[in-house]
Structure formats: structure tokens, C-alpha cells
Design a protein around this ligand. Structure first.
Ligand code: NAD
Ligand code: MG
Length: 396
């Protein structure tokens, strides 16, 4: 058994917490090579004292200086890097084989691409990277010899239900379609008329999962499931018609694969991200994730329903963007990031999120993505359209 050295991008977030929890349970198997975050230097300093990485990186230069000062004289010899360049350097660090890509949003794209180019084993949580630049990202991973292991719970479930040699010849696998399950979030049964006045805290109060605030809002609008359709398209080479969404409020079945013979394989478990993270960290081995056993009798019932497209227009927007291809998913993602950030800052209403995305998609023409720059240009155009439509000030 080789001891895996882990680079954790987004170490101070929710996925970061879960990853470090699993790593700490298996010091014989896993060590921490690098930790990165945006500006939370105090938390990162604590994590450096506990996990003693070779490198720590913060995108905010002032925060990086504070981290450096906090670590001076602590007996920890962690090298501190700063800015996006520092995070990119950490993502491709030599002597570490595994990168957990858990930065939220488009900010994760370049670091995750750097890990792909460096041929790392990438445990992908940052779905936005694939949504923005799927074609570019998959090509970079293939060229760099990188391996992609999904830790988004649905995609990890699909990965576990596919044959191990699926990627070599998907066409011969007998897969008919996949079913992504969705909890329906906190507003599944709330009267639609109330949605205009819901608050950020209400949107972030997810019934089953504890997550960062951006993905929590995406779960409330179900844009998260839309982004996950696009993620599944790239990860598993499936057409939009092969990707189904079913609402399953208990979040026990994390997704399913249907084969041509009628067999349907599912992965079940408690809604705890440590399970998919541990599965991917140790793959192909299995390790204890600290997650209690699933008691089906106590669970009792599992229920399913079709998504309500009127209540959740973001699913349809994402499906359209996936079918349109090219820059459309990048446009959708960028408009959504702008709108969700504005909603979290109480500057717009919850019900403004979907129309802002629709506006960006209808205003901007879909162009092919030949290179990263094509996707990034669409991303910044969409941010401008969404900001204007939402009457937000220009970005600095
Ligand atoms: P979070 O907000 O809790 O954490 C985000 C992390 O990214 C933090 O460490 C933050 O410092 C870092 N970050 C934010 N902006 C940055 C920037 N500009 N530059 C560098 N670093 C930056 O988010 P999360 O819930 O942990 O989600 C992370 C990613 O994983 C998202 O893409 C999300 O969709 C995906 N994901 C999360 C969950 C979950 O359960 N939390 C499940 C599936 C997928
Ligand atoms: Mg998910």
C-alpha cells in the first residue's frame, strides 16, 4: 500500500472539512501535501498546525501574509504561497499524487486544470469547472494522463455502479441511461407564491445535507441538479437523453445506472460526503469513513417523484444549455454564480435567479469552445449581462 499525498484545494470549506476528517482517520494511508483557501487564514493556520502540509496557499495576498506570520515560530515548516498563481502552483505540486478539487465556482477552473495538466489523480467536487470548460478540461486530463474520480455524491454513485473498465469502451458497457437523484431541497413543498420572499438562510437550510452556501442555494433552485447533468455528460460521455432526474427527498439512494437488460444498480448510504470522498481517496480499496451503517428498516420508506419544472425552472435552463453545447453551459454557470452571490448578499430575490440565467442564455449567442479562452470570454460576458439585468453594480 502506497501512502497517498493529498493536495486539498478548498481546504477550509465543507468538502475540505469532510476530506480532512477522512484523511485524519487513516494516517498510514494518507498525508497532506498542500492546503489552499481563499482568504480564511486563521482556519488555514489551524489546519497547517494539525496536518503539517509542505505548502499552503491563499488567493488573498494579505491573508497569505497573515498566515505566514501565524506560522512563524510554530515549528511548522509549511511554505506559504499566494494569489491564484500560488494556488495553481500548489495544485500541480510535485511529490503529491492526489488532488481534491473542492474550490467553489469558476475560481476552481484554472487550479483544477493545472492538476489535470500535471497528471494528478483528481477527486472532483468542483462541478463548475466541468460545466464551464468540459471539453477543454477532459482534453487536458487525457493529455496530462490525469485520472478523474468524481466525489459529487451522485456522480460517485454512478461511478460505483458502472463497470470498472467503463471509460475504455462506454459503448460496450450496456448502459441505457443514468438517473440522478435530487432531494428537492428546502423549497420542494413550499407554496410557489412564497418563494419571492424567502431568505438566504432559508435557502441554505437544506433538509439532508450540510454544505457551503453557494451549492446550498443551487440545491434550493435545483440548478445544482442541472449543473450535475452537465457534469455527468462530461464525466461519463452520456447524451442529454440518457440523463434522467428523479426527486428522492430522503437522499438515501445517491443515483442509479440502468442497463439494457433491465437491471438497475444503485448506491445507497447516509447523506454524508465522507462516504464518496473516502471511496475515491482509497479507490480501489475501501476504508472506514466514519459514517454509521445504513439501517433500512429504520429508514422505512423511500419515495420518488418527478421534478416540478414550474417550481424549478433552472433544471430546464441547464438541460437546454447542455443540448446547445459550446459556450452555453459556461454562460449559464456564470450568470448563476452572479445571481446566487447577489441573493446571498440579500441584493436580489430568490425568484430573480432563474430569470437572470435565462436572460444571459437568450442574449448571448452560443459559440463553439475550441480553447479555454472561448469559455472564459463567455463567462465574463454572461456575468456582465446578469449584473446588468439584476441592476447590480459593475464588478471591480
Ligand atoms: P464552501 O463554500 O464550503 O468552500 C469553498 C472553498 O473554496 C473554501 O475553502 C474557500 O476558501 C475556497 N474558495 C472560494 N473562493 C475561492 C477563490 N476565489 N480562490 C480560491 N479558493 C476559493 O463550498 P463547498 O460546499 O465545500 O463546495 C466546494 C465545491 O464542491 C463546489 O463546487 C460544490 O459544488 C462542490 N460540492 C460540494 C458538496 C458539499 O456537500 N459541500 C457536494 C458536492 C459537490
Ligand atoms: Mg451532488
Amino acid at each position: 500500500m502506497t501512502r497517498r499525498r493529498i493536495i486539498l484545494l478548498g481546504a477550509t470549506g465543507s468538502i475540505g472539512d469532510s476530506t480532512l476528517d477522512v484523511i485524519a482517520r487513516h494516517p498510514d494511508r494518507f498525508g497532506v501535501a498542500a492546503l489552499t483557501a481563499n482568504g480564511q487564514w486563521e482556519k488555514l493556520a489551524q489546519l497547517c498546525l494539525t496536518h503539517r502540509p509542505d505548502v499552503a496557499a491563499l488567493s488573498d495576498p494579505d491573508a497569505a501574509r497573515s498566515l505566514e506570520r501565524a506560522l512563524a515560530g510554530s515549528g511548522v515548516s509549511t511554505r506559504v504561497l499566494c494569489g491564484e498563481a500560488g494556488i495553481i502552483e500548489a495544485a500541480a505540486l510535485a511529490g503529491a499524487d492526489t488532488v481534491v478539487a473542492a474550490i467553489v465556482g469558476a475560481a476552481g477552473l484554472r487550479p483544477t486544470l493545472a492538476a489535470a495538466g500535471a497528471g494528478k489523480r483528481i477527486l472532483l467536487a468542483n462541478k463548475e469547472a466541468l460545466v464551464i470548460g468540459g471539453a477543454v478540461f477532459m482534453a487536458a486530463a487525457a493529455q496530462g494522463g490525469a485520472t478523474l474520480l468524481p466525489i459529487d455524491s451522485e456522480h460517485n454513485a454512478i461511478f460505483q455502479c458502472l463497470p470498472q473498465d467503463y471509460a475504455r469502451n462506454p459503448g460496450a458497457s450496456g448502459v441505457r441511461r443514468i438517473v440522478l437523484t435530487a432531494s428537492g431541497g428546502p423549497f420542494r413543498t413550499r407554496p410557489v407564491a412564497d418563494l419571492a420572499t424567502v431568505t438566504a438562510d432559508q435557502a441554505c437550510a437544506h433538509p439532508n445535507w450540510v454544505m457551503g452556501r453557494k451549492i446550498s442555494v443551487d440545491s434550493a433552485t435545483m440548478m445544482n441538479k442541472g449543473l450535475e447533468m452537465i457534469e455527468a455528460h462530461w464525466l461519463f460521455g452520456l447524451s442529454p437523453e440518457q440523463i434522467e432526474i428523479v426527486v428522492h427527498p430522503e437522499s438515501v439512494i445517491h443515483s442509479l445506472v440502468e442497463y439494457v437488460d433491465g437491471s438497475v444498480l444503485a448506491q445507497l448510504g447516509h447523506p454524508d460526503m465522507r462516504t464518496p470522498i473516502a471511496q475515491a481517496l482509497a479507490f480501489p480499496d475501501r476504508v472506514d469513513a466514519g459514517v454509521p451503517a445504513l439501517d433500512l428498516v429504520r429508514q422505512g420508506t423511500l419515495t420518488f417523484e418527478n421534478p416540478d419544472h414550474e417550481r424549478f425552472p433552472c433544471i430546464g435552463l441547464a438541460a437546454n444549455a447542455l443540448r446547445a453545447g459550446g459556450t452555453a453551459p459556461a454562460v449559464l454557470n456564470a450568470a448563476n454564480e452572479v445571481a446566487v452571490a447577489a441573493f446571498l448578499a440579500a441584493r436580489i430575490r430568490y425568484t430573480d435567479i432563474a430569470p437572470a440565467c435565462a436572460e444571459a442564455l437568450s442574449r448571448l449567442p452560443t459559440r463553439p469552445v475550441h480553447a479555454l479562452e472561448d469559455a472564459l470570454a463567455a463567462d465574463s460576458e454572461a456575468r456582465a449581462v446578469a449584473r446588468a439585468w439584476l441592476r447590480l453594480p459593475e464588478a471591480a
